[in-house]
Design a protein around this ligand. Structure first.
Ligand SMILES: CCCCCCCCCCCCC/C=C/[C@@H](O)[C@H](COP(=O)(O)O)NC(=O)CCCCC
Ligand SMILES: Nc1ncnc2c1ncn2[C@@H]1O[C@H](COP(=O)(O)OP(=O)(O)O)[C@@H](O)[C@H]1O
Ligand SMILES: [Ca+2]
Length: 524
């Protein structure tokens, strides 16, 4: 901020006369919350009239950090945005003698982690000053690194309530175009279309990011396509467990249009398409751990959120037959699976993450700019799964009858469960939280499930245990009794994995999302 300039403006509120054709400047402070240099908070206070200030802002003053400006465009005092040619609604009549104006679009935080695009229009008496402001703001925006210019977008037209295309066209595309982002859009025609296209055909050099419009299943397709492609390009054999995987250079954006949208919810704090589009535009970056799931050393699948055997595997298997119901299928299948009360016998062995500071029950939460993720990932190394010295580590073995064996690589928060399956899990610390729910009565299991919907500790029950691990294996016990359910399937980020016996390892920060983690609600 140029103090003199601002004082001048305060002396003459509502006018730019007397200030002259100044070069607009900005003040800088490091982002308090992320410490991210790319997102330094630069305050912009144009010495013009803000006669279209958004509701709620102190009258006569608008302060916008440059890293949260989405775009600037010339406006004309008749109220028509010059570039868009569309009429804007202005809250006040233009002041007499101020025929030049520009409009700044910026991020505004509304309730519950939602972001919205707001416009403020500044009016000037002098056309040259107006142009200087526009050029200067554009210049500041062009200096921000990490903002995408070209995106590859995949839309699942059948995800969630089948509104993916409409959501993209009505809510997201206009924001991308306002921010001068070009997008190549592919509406998928079959399951695995996006995955296969990314694996082999997509010219990834042309894009700064890949966006999926859909639910966790659609995200999973993009995850598999990108991780496989990255390893192939780097000459890495994904089937070799000891091999360090190469982190994906391309960020992934998620526009939530699915049934659960857990990956989006757990990394942004809300499943709202506009909020996610804005996180993409400002070029946010959130690293994420990825689990590789293997059987007999061959790679089966990758997962970032829930890997669930027993209850969540059965819910998913049943729900796939009810896709026509839309998102409500999970409630129907959830109830049916709960009543069936199946349990599965098996052996879980795991390698506890003894070298991390936190634990699944320490009541801390992973938030934007999480220092624990930073510290733990630095100590561990990105892409790594289990380091050489851990392989002979202190494995623990638990045999038993389980209603559920769940691994939560992140909290798995979603609208059904705002805290998630493991509220203290971290997005990018190189660990997953292994939750074992032993056979118990229906009433006890219901108690455990209900605690996912309240702040009560779902692990504070005698039949539940939770461990923060780097690697785990599950081996089902074959039943000798006819009629007993033998094996369940794994629910792998919402996709059925029809194997029971698995070996799972966490690859620290293998991918990055266009997100920043959940912001503390107090963040300005
Ligand atoms: C009787 C009260 C029961 C309350 C239970 C609440 C527990 C909810 C925990 C939900 C965890 C969800 C983990 C996320 C899984 C998703 O990846 C997966 C697929 O999502 P999408 O592709 O968007 O459809 N969703 C599920 O597996 C649904 C699980 C619902 C269980 C009731
Ligand atoms: N065009 C398509 N036709 C059929 N299935 C598709 C298509 N595109 C993606 N899919 C698959 O649809 C499934 C569900 O997608 P998702 O977007 O997660 O929706 P939901 O959250 O409702 O499950 C995924 O398995 C995905 O691979
Ligand atoms: Ca993790």
């Amino acid at each position: 901020m140029v103090e003199g300039m601002f004082r001048e403006w305060e002396k003459h509120p509502g006018t730019v006369s007397g200030i002259g054709p100044v070069r607009p400047r900005v003040s800088e402070t490091r982002s308090r919350q992320t410490g991210d240099k790319r997102c330094e908070r630069k305050a912009l206070r144009p010495p013009g009239i803000d006669w279209d200030t958004p509701a709620g802002s102190p009258s006569g003053s608008v302060c916008v950090p440059v890293c949260e400006i989405l775009a600037v465009r010339e406006a004309d005092v008749e109220g028509r945005g010059k570039t868009s040619g569309r009429w804007q609604r202005l809250s006040r009549r233009p002041a007499e003698g101020y025929p030049y104006a520009f409009t700044v679009s910026y991020v505004e935080r509304v309730k519950q982690h939602r972001w919205r695009c707001r416009d403020v229009t500044f009016q000037c008496a002098d056309g040259a000053v107006c142009q200087q402001w526009i050029h200067s703001i554009r210049d500041q925006l062009s200096k921000l690194t990490g903002r995408p210019r070209h995106l590859l977008v995949y839309i699942n037209p059948h995800g969630g309530r089948g509104r993916g295309k409409q959501i993209y066209e009505e809510k997201v595309a206009p924001l991308f175009s306002r921010a001068s982002i070009s997008a190549s859009v592919i509406v998928t025609e079959r399951a695995n279309h996006a995955r296969d296209h990314l694996k082999t055909d997509a010219d990834l050099k042309k894009y700064d990011g890949v966006v999926c419009v859909g639910g966790d299943g659609m995200f999973s397709e993009v995850l598999h396509g990108l991780v496989s492609r990255t390893q192939r390009d780097a000459g890495v054999d994904q089937n070799r467990r000891e091999q360090r995987l190469v982190p994906c250079p391309v960020r992934i954006g998620i526009i939530p249009a699915g049934s659960t949208d857990c990956v989006c919810y757990g990394t942004v704090g809300v499943n709202d398409p506009v909020t996610s589009a804005l996180h993409i535009i400002v070029g946010d970056s959130q690293p994420l751990d990825v689990c590789s799931i293997r059987h007999a050393d061959a790679l089966l699948r990758y997962s970032v959120s829930l890997l669930g055997y027993g209850f969540y595997g059965d819910v998913l298997t049943d729900s796939e037959r009810r896709r026509w119901m839309g998102p409500v299928r999970y409630d129907v299948s959830g109830l049916k699976t709960f009543l069936a009360h199946n349990y599965y016998e098996g052996t879980v062995s795991f390698l506890p993450a003894t070298d991390v500071a936190g634990s699944p029950r320490d009541k801390t939460t992973c938030r934007a700019g999480c220092s624990r993720c930073l510290k733990d990932s630095q100590a561990y190394g990105t892409g790594n799964c289990v380091r050489g010295r851990d392989q002979g580590g202190d494995w623990r073995v638990i045999r038993g009858k389980f209603l559920a064996v769940n691994a939560a690589g992140m909290s798995c928060a979603c609208p059904r469960s705002p805290g998630g399956l493991s509220p203290s899990a971290h997005l990018a610390d190189g660990t997953t939280d292994l939750i074992l729910v032993r056979k118990c009565s229906r009433a006890s299991f219901l108690r455990h499930l209900l605690r996912h919907t309240s702040p009560q500790d779902q692990f504070d029950l005698s039949f539940v245990e939770v461990h923060r691990v780097r690697r785990f294996c599950f081996m089902p016990r074959r039943s000798e009794h006819e009629g007993d359910p033998v094996c369940s399937s794994w629910n792998c980020d919402g996709e059925i994995l029809p194997h029971a016996s698995v070996d799972v390892g966490v690859h620290c920060q293998l991918i990055r999302l266009f997100a920043r983690g959940i912001e503390d609600i107090a963040t300005p």
